[in-house]
Design a protein around this ligand. Structure first.
Ligand code: HEC
Length: 395
């Protein structure tokens, strides 16, 4: 196998020759570059110059300024360190562990063999220093709190409800509006939404195996079937308009499920994005999705909205759709189409109504990207006039 390293190192050195002066994070080592920097392939085991190590081993993917824009083209973006918030914990020890072990299934290599523990730690401190000052976890303190920016953590998640599995690859996204989003990371699937405190991390001492204890109150659990995927596509036959996004309603061709494969998480301007590829059954990439969620309300109805930014990769007239489970099947109260979306109202056990506005199917006809939204609202018992008032209050 060809190492991406050899190639990327040349690129990085070439870039340095170009006279670019990389910014140095404030908290990094100030020691001058050492001979190891000139022969980056073989770091000196005693070398503790974090900047030199970073420039020679990491910058090609993460960027010289830590902005995630390295020279090496990657199938998924390398992490930008500028916004802080590390998926596997924010302490130098936790980040050093990520550096040592790498991130399986992503281009992030492990450096356990090539760097000493002291070097891993020095690099951890160096990349943390790229980010803003953080509320660092003190030893013994395990509760993670969302501060000025969203937090993303990965680890084992306990079953979200009775009968659901334990998830060794869980992902929690804590947002500034007090909602946290509980995901299965591989395949990517939103499992539930919580409100309140974020996460306790109980480190079991395994590599990357930190167990997460979500602290927020579960406000929503996605309807769920193990064998089902959340995305599917159908060939767009003829000129018929894209059908609604809820199965059982769309006539015509059968849906082919797509696998959602995690690429990265990203925090931009206070919004956390989960980015994934949709792959067909032969493993071919159909589209890239950037998913984000936020609290959302219309009049007396409160809930949340998921936003999917869709970038077609293969554009052959495919209709991409969310295969939403109908919630509370058998208790459907109303169904109507407005604002280009299908709205389904079901009754919850406590008599209140749940409103789901499914995103319309997205036509991957040309390579134009687009955005679809999925709205979940909860509120009062549904009465005759509810539909009218709900629509009136639409933004
Ligand atoms: C071949 C490209 C590549 C190289 C070289 C590389 N990384 Fe990464 N790194 C990535 C990618 C891609 C990710 C994001 C993986 C993901 O979560 O999807 C990542 C993620 C990380 C993370 C995890 C961030 C988080 O959210 O927890 C850390 C820390 C990190 N890299 C540090 C380093 C350090 C330090 C070096 C050099 C010693 C390095 N990386 C070298 C590609 C690279």
């Amino acid at each position: 196998m060809k190492s991406p390293f050899a190639l990327s190192l040349c690129l990085v050195l070439a870039a340095c020759d170009g006279g670019e002066v990389p910014a140095e994070p404030t908290g990094g080592s100030n020691r001058p570059a050492s001979p190891a920097a000139q022969d980056p392939a073989v770091p000196n085991p005693d070398e503790l110059d974090a900047k030199a190590l970073y420039m020679s081993l990491c910058a090609m993917c993460h960027g010289e300024t830590g902005d995630g824009k390295g020279m090496v083209p990657l199938d998924r973006p390398a992490r930008s360190f500028l916004s802080g918030g590390f998926s596997f914990g924010n302490t130098p020890t936790a980040v050093a562990r990520t550096i040592a072990s790498g991130i399986g299934g992503t281009p992030m290599p492990g450096f356990a063999e090539s760097l000493t523990e002291a070097q891993q730690l020095a690099l951890a401190e160096y990349v943390i220093a790229f980010g803003p000052e953080q509320n660092e976890l003190l030893p013994g303190e395990t509760e993670m709190q969302v501060g000025e920016r969203p937090l993303v953590v990965r680890g084992t998640l306990p079953p979200i409800a009775d009968g659901r599995p334990l998830l060794p690859r869980g992902l929690m996204v804590g947002c500034l509006d007090g909602l946290s989003w509980e995901y299965e990371a591989q395949p990517v699937r939103l499992l539930g939404v919580r409100q309140g405190d974020f996460v306790n991390r109980a480190d079991w001492g395994e590599r990357g195996g930190a167990a997460l204890e979500p602290l927020g109150r579960l406000v929503y659990t996605m309807a769920w079937e193990e064998a089902r995927s959340d995305w599917a596509w159908t060939p767009a036959l003829g000129t018929g308009s894209p059908g609604p996004g809820i199965p059982g309603r769309a006539g015509g061709a059968p849906e082919m499920p797509l696998t959602a494969q995690l690429k990265a998480t990203e925090i931009v301007d206070g919004v956390a994005f989960v980015e994934y590829s949709l792959l067909d059954s032969s493993g071919q990439e159909i589209a890239l999705i950037r998913e984000s969620g936020q609290a959302f309300s219309i009049g007396n109805w409160a809930g949340f909205q998921l936003v999917f930014e869709i970038e077609p990769v293969r554009a052959e007239g495919l209709l991409l759709r969310r295969t939403l489970q109908e919630v509370g099947k058998g208790h459907e109260l109303a169904r109507f189409t407005k604002t280009g979306q299908e709205w389904v109202v079901t009754q919850r056990a406590d008599g209140s109504a749940e409103v789901l506005a499914a995103p319309p199917a997205f036509l991957l006809a040309d390579a134009a990207p687009g955005v679809v939204e999925e709205t979940h609202l909860f509120g009062l018992p549904w009465i005759e006039t509810s539909e009218a008032t709900l629509m009136e209050d639409l933004p």
